[in-house]
Design a protein around this ligand. Structure first.
Ligand code: PNW
Length: 448
């Protein structure tokens, strides 16, 4: 038995999101989401024809999927709730069969000794709310807090770890600035408003939790460290802008109550003056921050790049099939930066993983995915390095339990530690799943 730096109660798990795995998006009275609309629109969806209609059919196969989690030895499972299953119109009337599904999921997890981490919103906004302006409507903070309170009342106690939003940066950058993700807008004036309302929604849901719930709640952000391509002041300033835009835009208001000054520089006249009262309502004490880490960026100044005036410089390194550089040491750097900037708030790595091509058929030992095994091993080691330097990391969730719908890129990008055959819905653990099981069994003592 080798030594481990991971605390005894370190939580090892895997993550998914509702629209990416569930299928049956309109079953049992659910209302459509913006992803239902977006994926069915060939003008918007990059992977035309791929939708969440069936996905991994998890909605119908949930008990077997939980049994698989148990077989792999997972201690925790991070999933998200599709808001439109609970409130088909986004507000008002509650749809009991939708609530029942998540209640059954939570009970099944607990019966197997697996701790649920529940994300309230992972991008599938009810379409009915998009019709009222979606995240551009100031009322969205109240809509979200009302929905959140319904979930707290039903599940708090059984669920002890709650996440308000998954990756507000991706929602606004993809959904409102560049249009690659739902709802597919491309508008520099909308992006800051959507971001701000998302953060108001986060703050309102945390406040509602303090009156309804008794356990832990936090925010999940994606962090991508930005390194300047040279020591030149232009590149250094470009990296600082990229860092403020992607990494500090959400953490600063949530944890410090202010936005980075660079945002006004980036957005110019599209950046409003926000009321001080909004900033106070956003900056609510949280119990943890969830960090999703996939890659880093080396950044150079680029006057043609709208609106950041910065662009990434491709490195000579292994890249995943989503073209993300594999760079584990940047994960250690980022965790230390987080602690030094915001204080030693408990952190969960709520997503980390990689899309790689898997061999077309399974061999005798299953599906061999050496690059994904390496990715997991080196990134978990990088977290160990941060813990050794005093960062309070409490858990790790591999992205993803299952191959699934990679949003606008469809089913071609496989992030799963478990392979899904989309014709038969057969699940086959890849070698990375077996490797990860051994990491869990040894509490990270087998990393070498
Ligand atoms: C995350 N980026 O998305 C999401 O939380 C998952 O639903 C998704 O499947 C996973 O990562 C893999 O992509 C991200 O451009 C999308 O930096 C884009 C970025 C980061 C995270």
């Amino acid at each position: 038995m080798t030594q481990t730096i991971f605390p005894d109660d370190f939580l090892w798990g895997a993550a998914t999101a509702a629209y990416q795995i569930e299928g049956s998006p309109l079953a049992d009275g659910a209302g459509p989401s913006i992803w239902q609309r977006f994926s069915h629109d060939p003008r918007l969806m990059a992977a035309k024809g791929d939708t969440g209609d069936i996905a991994c059919d998890h909605y119908n196969r949930m008990p077997a999927d939980v049994a698989l989690m148990k077989e792999l030895g997972l201690q925790a499972y991070r999933f998200s709730v599709n808001w439109g299953r609970i409130l088909p119109e986004g507000t008002g009337r509650v749809n009991e069969p939708g609530l029942d599904f998540y209640e059954r999921l939570v009970d099944e997890l607990l019966r197997h000794g697996i701790e649920p981490l529940l994300t309230l919103h992972h991008w599938d906004l009810p379409a009915a709310l998009d019709d009222r302006g979606g995240w551009l409507n100031r009322d969205s903070a109240g809509w979200f807090a009302d929905y959140a309170a319904i979930m707290y009342r039903r599940l708090d106690g059984r669920v002890k770890k709650w996440v308000t939003l998954n990756e507000p940066w991706v929602i606004t950058d993809g959904g409102y600035l560049h249009g690659a993700l739902a709802p597919g807008h491309r508008n520099m004036f909308e992006a800051p408003i959507a971001s701000h309302n998302l953060m108001r929604a986060h703050g309102a849901a945390v406040q509602a939790y303090r009156s309804e719930g008794a356990h832990e709640i936090g925010l999940v952000v994606n962090i991508e460290p930005k390194y300047p391509a040279s020591d030149g002041i232009e590149d250094v300033a470009a990296a600082a802008r990229a860092h403020a835009y992607m990494n500090r835009q959400y953490l600063d208001p949530a944890l410090k109550g202010s936005y980075p000054a660079e945002l006004a520089e980036i957005f110019g006249e599209a950046w409003p003056q926000w009321p001080a009262e909004d900033m106070r309502s956003i900056c609510q004490p949280v119990d943890f921050i969830g960090i999703n880490y996939y890659t880093r960026n080396v950044v150079q100044a680029d006057p043609n790049q709208w609106p950041l005036r910065a662009s990434p410089v491709r490195q000579n390194a292994t890249h995943t099939t989503t073209d993300w550089e594999v760079c584990p040491p940047a994960l250690t750097d980022m965790l230390i930066w987080f602690r030094d900037t915001y204080g030693n708030i408990p952190v969960y790595i709520t997503e980390n993983g990689a899309a790689f091509y898997d061999p077309p058929t399974a061999g005798p030992a299953g599906i061999d995915d050496p690059l994904r095994c390496d990715y997991l091993r080196t990134h978990i080691s990088a977290i160990g390095d941060a813990i050794r330097q005093g960062v309070d990391v409490r858990g790790y969730m591999a992205w993803s339990l299952l191959d699934n719908l990679e949003w606008s890129l469809g089913y071609s990008k496989r992030f799963g530690i478990v392979h899904v055959d989309y014709e038969t819905q057969v699940r086959t653990p890849k070698r990375s799943a077996r490797f990860y099981s051994s990491v869990i069994r040894s509490n990270g003592g087998n990393l070498g």
